[in-house]
Each structure stands twice: as structure tokens, then as C-alpha cells.
Design a protein around this ligand. Structure first.
Ligand code: CP
Length: 308
């Protein structure tokens, strides 16, 4: 059965545990996986800039013994001549076994999946969703904490446009005893639909605040995010909000000893580079975990499609 992953809800909690198990096995026994995708091709379609997601998808396919065909950007493809996402997906399906796509428009990955004849993985669609970043985040939380239940998760920065934030709230709200602390400027609060359809619908406790330092000692996870210049309609608002939060070693003095500090990256200046030396800083572990989870996901979708 051909199956695409557009949203983290496309994977059940038991499937996420299965992907975590596969990732752990890949980490322990990489040679066992080195030929699993021999002769198979991943197409990477990135209509928006990316370093980690694109390169980790490509590294994942190479480490599985497969090949990669890439379209570097909208300007170098027939999208620049006006070709639709639907036609692009139909075309790229003729050359590849699986597609990873990033696009600035919400819903573009859904349209691609409807029209492709191979599995499509959403590598980020506008401010909507970024499910494979969430898989990287979940593997990181699991490896650091050993479980997902009873955690207080602080999300800080651009919670309005931050697709990684929306996907992580969706994912973590499925575990028992999880609480959210939503830390943002007034203008960048979590959208109403996420609060209504996820948090309120499921009765998940959450608080909203603009003050990071007051809530920091209560957190088990601190997920920092960048104020995203590319999502603002005017530069004045961006300049006013861009330095709302800067995490420094001084601010972490009263934080828990086993706090897990995360960030999907790229960072601008919301985490001081001095924090990188703190043993609680896990954001570069997240980067590596993303490659293992993408390997596990490619394997799962190609197996389900009967391709391998
Ligand atoms: N976290 C993330 O999506 O990074 P890139 O934009 O570099 O892919």
C-alpha cells in the first residue's frame, strides 16, 4: 500500500515507537542497513531553503544503499515556468521510488501526495507541519528521558508560524500527563486552531506567558525556536520581535539539572553559543537523530509500498 506522511498524526504512537526501535537498531548496527534500499531512488524537491532536512534525507538514502535525485530549488525547475505542484509530483514519480518535499505553501505536500504514484514525505509546508522534524525531536526526547509521559514541555519563540512547534504539540499531546508552557510575544502566540483542536479538545493543561525566566525552573523540556523573518509581512514587526528571547548560561542557573534544551535549528541568536557547552544542550543531537529517523521512515514506507 502506498502511503504518504503529511502530518505527524499520520503515524500512530505505536508506529512512532516502531520507528524509534528501528532508529536505535540502525545506530547500533549500521552495516545491517547499508544495502536495504539498493537500486531505489529518493527524489528531494525543496521549494524553500533547507540545510538539515534536505541533507539528512539525502544522507539517509545513501546510508541505506540507495540513490538521490534532487531538485535544488524552485528557480531551477519547471515550477519557475508555472508548473503546478500536482504535475511536478506526477512527473517526479516517474523517476523515483519515494519523494521528500518542502514547500512554502501550507497544503502543498497534501496536493503532491494526492497526485504522486510513490510515497510523499512532507519535509515542511509553510507554517503548517514538519513531521520528520517531530520524529527527530521525539527520538531525542526518548533517548534523553527514556519516556514521553509526565513531562512539562516549554515551547519558546515563534509559536504562531513555527511548524515544528505545531507538529510537536500534536505529537506530545498523545502521551499521558504532559503539560505545555507556551512562551511567546503576544503577536506570536500558538494559533487558535491548535489550542482549540488539540489542547482544549483533549483537555491538555497549558499556560501561556511572555516570560521565559519565570517558568524555566519548572520545565523538563525547553524547545527554543527562531523568530522567522521569512514569515513576516513587514520588516518593522520582525525587527521589533526578533530578539524577544535569548537563552544564556546565566538564565539557566535555576533550570532543572536534567532539563533537555532543544531547537530545530537554524538558530539566529535565540540561544547563545555559550549554551552549547552545557550538557543539557541537545540541539546538535537532534540534527543527527533526524538522519536516523528519516532512514527508519524511508524503510517503513518503501516496505509498505512493496518497493523493497
Ligand atoms: N530544522 C530544519 O527544518 O532545518 P532546515 O531548514 O535546515 O532543513
Amino acid at each position: 500500500m502506498r502511503r504518504s506522511i503529511i502530518d505527524i498524526r499520520d503515524l500512530s504512537p505505536s508506529e512512532i515507537m516502531e520507528l524509534i526501535g528501528t532508529s536505535e537498531d540502525i545506530i547500533a548496527n549500521p552495516a545491517k542497513y547499508a544495502h536495504k534500499c539498493e537500486g531505489k531512488k529518493l527524489g528531494t524537491l525543496f521549494f524553500e531553503p533547507s540545510t538539515r532536512t534536505r541533507m539528512s534525507f539525502e544522507a539517509a538514502m545513501y546510508e541505506l544503499g540507495g540513490h538521490v535525485i534532487t531538485m535544488a530549488g524552485a528557480g531551477s525547475s519547471s515550477a519557475a515556468k508555472g508548473e503546478s505542484v500536482a504535475d511536478t509530483a506526477k512527473t517526479v514519480s516517474c523517476y523515483t521510488d519515494i519523494i521528500a518535499m518542502r514547500h512554502p505553501k501550507e497544503g502543498a505536500a497534501f496536493v503532491a501526495a494526492k497526485n504522486a504514484s510513490v510515497p510523499v514525505i512532507n519535509a515542511g509546508d509553510g507554517g503548517h507541519s514538519h513531521p520528520t522534524q517531530t520524529l527527530a525531536d521525539l527520538l531525542t526526547i526518548y533517548r534523553e528521558k527514556g519516556h514521553f509521559d509526565n513531562l512539562t514541555v516549554g515551547l519558546c519563540g515563534d509559536l504562531k508560524f513555527g511548524r515544528t512547534v505545531h507538529s510537536l504539540i500534536e505529537a506530545m499531546s498523545r502521551y499521558t500527563g504532559v503539560k505545555f508552557v507556551l512562551i511567546s510575544p503576544e503577536e506570536l502566540k500558538v494559533p487558535g486552531y491548535v489550542k482549540k483542536e488539540v489542547l482544549q479538545e483533549k483537555g491538555i493543561p497549558y499556560e501561556q506567558t511572555t516570560d521565559l525566566e519565570t517558568v524555566l525552573p519548572t520545565l523538563d523540556i525547553l524547545y527554543m525556536t527562531r523568530i522567522q523573518k521569512e514569515r513576516f509581512f513587514n520588516e518593522e514587526d520582525y525587527l521589533r520581535l526578533k530578539d524577544s528571547y535569548v537563552l544564556t548560561p546565566e538564565k539557566l542557573v535555576n533550570a532543572k539539572e536534567d532539563l533537555v534544551i532543544m531547537h530545530p535549528l537554524p538558530r539566529v541568536n535565540e540561544i547563545s553559543v555559550k549554551v552549547d557547552e552545557d550538557k543539557r544542550a541537545c540541539y546538535f543531537k537532534q540534527v543527527l537523530n533526524g538522519k536516523y529517523m528519516r532512514m527508519a521512515l524511508i524503510l517503513k514506507l518503501l516496505k509498505e509500498a512493496g518497493t523493497i
